[in-house]
Design a protein around this ligand. Structure first.
Ligand SMILES: [Zn+2]
Length: 501
């Protein structure tokens, strides 16, 4: 595959208006599947959570999962949508081995929620209102694993395995209207939008919202039109981009790729595209017309969903604080500088810090650990902070040990490494390994005297005002204490000593 020519990003933005559209699939964390009683559980033995309904055996009949409907309504309400008084399921017919029924039960012209809007803040601090076209319920497909090829895709594979545990898992698909006017910030807006959706469904408690497990997946539509042109350009749809960073990169890449083709007088092919994280590029998938013929028709085996006003209002009353309002509140409560707060939000660390604070950490201390050492380790291991083996409560414990003067920063970093290695909680590790700083002045003075005896001229120099001479003694004492001393206290004691004698 030849590498596409990419136009310089700034140039592309100066020539073309970017229009994006986002489709986000959210997997609900209901106990059971959408239309049967099979367990909805990630990571189990393949094909163990299956039954005649979700593998589409003839004669089996689906029933709707009440909790999934309620969760879908909650999502709709949180996105400012109207809730349809009646909504029907429809069959989306297609043949592919990941769905044994030969059709996906979805919603077509009667989605459960429609006409919403979401305010999304991008890293620059600008807020865009993204119009939500609809949110509809459907079922997930099974998982295909293509074995033997170099790429893990079906092309070149020797054989494919199918796991139907995921077939029938409840999904809500949230579709935006075309988003105009983000300009150079379109890639950031796409990522910030998905982050907002993730925050909302997490706050609602309706999804585990773990992107690395595919709980939240995004298809990003991108099209360009020459500045000033009314007619929309042809769009491409980059499928299943599963991290916030990838969404931003994929949209940016498509802008640069399409801009170069258009500038060269070429045409954009309407198609799905795949994002390749390793190469940082997209490649052609399958052509897609606007009228893909899925022969949608109303699902005859399910009655329409007719949520009562009472139900809708009771769900509305239970909506959690809107994430944007919550951010404003926390910014006030924590007293971070504006940049500090924005960095925390953009790094996706807000939830962790909030939990650490709830567990007793001081906000600044929690921020320091998460955006410093913990982010650094996650970065170096190419992981999300959520994948690291440390809980916000443990971070709070670590921060409080430092605050209380029981360990110093250097020891705390060692303790952090041990926590990540699964050796226990910070307090357990400090106790088991005897890492608590020596706060007994007697022991420190003894070590200072010993160091001074070896460097008799130091006291004289300090008295002459050469305070930096104390460094050598402090270093020797810290070494004797194996680093488990408060260097500032040692310095105080050395200077006291010089003034006494
Ligand atoms: Zn089933």
């Amino acid at each position: 595959m030849a590498k596409a020519n990419l136009m310089d990003y700034e140039k592309a933005i100066s020539l073309f208006e970017v229009v994006i559209g986002l489709e986000v699939h959210v997997e609900l964390n209901t106990k059971t599947k959408m239309f049967c009683g099979c367990r909805n559980e990630f990571g189990e033995e393949p094909n163990t959570n299956v039954c005649p309904v979700c593998i589409g055996l003839p004669g089996s009949l689906p029933t709707v999962n009440k909790k999934a409907v309620e969760s879908s309504i909650s999502i709709g309400l949180a996105l400012g949508c109207q809730i349809a008084p009646t909504g029907r399921f429809a069959r989306k017919n297609y043949f592919y081995p990941d769905l044994a029924k030969n059709f996906q039960t979805s919603q077509y012209d009667e989605p459960i929620a429609f006409a919403g809007a979401l305010d999304v803040e991008v890293p620059s601090g600008k807020v865009f209102t993204v119009q939500i076209e609809r949110a509809h319920m459907e079922e997930d497909a099974g998982k295909l694993t293509h074995v033997g090829g170099a790429t893990g895709r079906i092309q070149g594979a020797e054989y494919s395995l199918v796991d139907y545990n995921r077939a029938g898992v409840p999904l809500v698909e949230i579709v935006t209207k075309p988003v105009f006017g983000a300009g150079a910030e379109a890639p950031e807006l796409a990522a910030a939008y998905v982050r907002s959706i993730r925050e909302i469904v997490r706050a609602l408690g309706v999804s585990d919202a773990r992107m690395e497990r595919g709980n939240v997946r995004c298809d990003a539509n991108v099209s360009l039109r020459p500045i000033g042109q009314e007619k929309l350009g042809t769009r491409t749809e980059t499928k299943n981009v599963n991290s916030l960073r990838s969404i931003e990169r994929a949209v940016r890449y498509e802008i640069q790729r399409q801009a170069q083709i258009l500038a060269d007088g070429g045409t954009i092919i309407q198609e799905t595209r795949h994002w390749h994280e390793d190469k940082g590029s997209t490649s052609s998938g399958r052509p897609k017309s606007d009228a893909d013929d899925y022969r949608y028709f109303p699902e005859p085996d399910l009655v329409p969903v007719m949520p009562s006003n009472e139900l809708i209002e009771s769900l509305r009353a239970k909506l959690p604080e809107n994430p944007a309002d919550k951010r404003k509140r926390l910014a006030g409560e924590w007293g971070f500088a504006e940049m500090e707060f924005r960095d925390v939000v953009n790094a996706g660390l807000l939830d962790f810090i909030e939990e650490a604070v709830a567990a007793g950490a001081k906000p600044q201390a929690a921020r320091k650990w998460y955006s410093g050492e913990i982010a650094r380790i996650a970065n170096s291991e190419d992981k999300d902070v959520s994948e690291l083996n440390i809980t916000p409560a443990q971070v709070a414990e670590l921060a409080n040990l430092v605050d209380a003067g029981k360990i110093n920063d250097r020891i705390a970093r060692t303790v952090l490494a041990e926590v990540l290695a699964g050796k226990g909680s910070p307090e357990e590790i400090v106790k088991a390994q005897g890492l608590e700083v020596v706060s007994d002045d007697g022991a420190l003075i003894a070590a200072i005297d010993e160091a001074l005896a070896k460097q008799p001229d130091v006291l004289e120099k300090i008295r002459e005002g050469k305070l930096q001479a104390a460094g050598a003694v402090i270093g020797a004492v810290m070494q004797a204490m194996k680093g488990q001393a408060d260097a500032a206290r040692v310095r105080e004691l050395v200077l006291e000593r010089a003034n006494q004698s």
